[in-house]
Structures are given as C-alpha cells and as structure tokens.
Design a protein around this ligand. Structure first.
Ligand code: IMP
Length: 171
C-alpha cells in the first residue's frame, strides 16, 4: 500500500470543524462537569485540539482498546483511573468504522462505570463499513469506505503525524 496523492480534509478544514464541534459541546454541557474519555492512540491530535477549545469544567480519562483482526471482537487493554460514576461522559474516538470497538466500549462503560450520561464524539464516520449500529452525537466528517490516515489515524503505525486526512491505496 502507498499513500494516495489526494487530500480528503486539509489541516485548515480540520481545525475549523474541530472549533465548531467544541463550540457545540461547550454549549450542550454548560454548567456541568464533563469527562472526556479518549480512545488511544488515534484520537490524540483530535483530543488535544478539541479539549483546548472547550471552555468549562473538563476532565480527561484515557482508554486503550484492541480491535480484533477478525473484525468481530474488541477488548480493553488499559483504562486510566478517573471515577466516571455520576459523571457526564463523552467518548472521543478517531473513527467509527464497523462500530464494533465503540459498541463494546459503550456497553462496558454503561454496565461497569455508572455514568449519568454517555455520548460519543467521533472525528470521522465511515458509515458504509458499519456492522453494528452505534450512536454518534458529534461527528467531525463522514468519509468514504477507504483506509484513511493522518491526524492520528495510522496504517501499521505510520502516518499518524500527518496534519491532514488522506488515504492509502494499493501500489
Ligand atoms: P471499528 O471497526 O469501528 O471497531 O474501528 C476500530 C478502530 O479501527 C478505529 O478506532 C481505528 O483506530 C481503526 N480504523 C478503522 N478504520 C480505519 C481507517 O480507515 N484508518 C485508520 N484506522 C482505522
């Protein structure tokens, strides 16, 4: 696979969209304590840009997940220790593809961590690849069914550092 020549979303478009999302989130959670629950590692640039634009009482917890290669299972590798019970929790995800990872996490958080509210902010949504329906309350962009990279998203750990979104394609 090689990096495509085209760009799906430029750095400027991304930052503008993140700004819009942050404003909406700030408005919706005004006067409430919000815990951002970010899924490592792909959401790091998105999280960093988003959280700095949300003014208010914002806390952060990190979760690392493994999406299984068979495309049927997910599991949690690491959870940081912020107490989520009785909190307004917003899951921050890089991309929702099949939906399996997010579905697993949402069920786990509901069942084990007792949040008062639980919503999802996904930077990218790839609806054509969906296998499990999951709610997306805040969405950055919708992407076609391609393997996209950049702005935290990787292909075999490469390209996370690109400031824009592009895709990989066969050589
Ligand atoms: P899921 O298929 O919705 O469970 O996606 C799980 C994870 O796979 C996402 O959080 C990403 O880390 C990764 N992933 C899915 N599609 C892409 C893609 O197009 N580019 C890079 N990573 C992806």
């Amino acid at each position: 696979m090689k990096l495509a020549q085209g760009i799906l979303f430029t750095e400027r478009q991304i930052l503008q969209r993140v700004d819009e999302l942050a404003k909406q989130i700030e408005k919706d959670y005004q006067g409430r304590e919000l815990v951002l629950c970010a899924i490592l590692k792909g959401s790091i640039p998105f999280l960093a840009d988003l959280m700095r634009k949300i003014h208010g009482d914002v806390r952060l917890t990190l979760i690392e997940m493994k999406s299984m290669v068979d495309g049927k299972h997910a599991s949690i590798l690491f959870t940081s220790s912020v107490d989520l019970s009785g909190k307004h929790v917003l899951v921050v995800e890089d991309i929702v593809d099949t939906g399996i990872t997010l579905d697993y996490l949402m069920k786990h958080l509901e069942a084990e961590r007792g949040p008062t509210s639980l919503k999802v902010c996904a930077f990218l949504d790839k609806p054509e690849a969906r296998k499990v329906e999951v709610p997306i309350h805040y969405r950055g962009f919708t992407v076609p069914d391609r393997f996209v990279v950049g702005y935290g998203l990787d292909w075999h750990e490469r390209y996370r550092n690109l400031p824009y979104i592009t895709w990989v394609e066969p050589e």
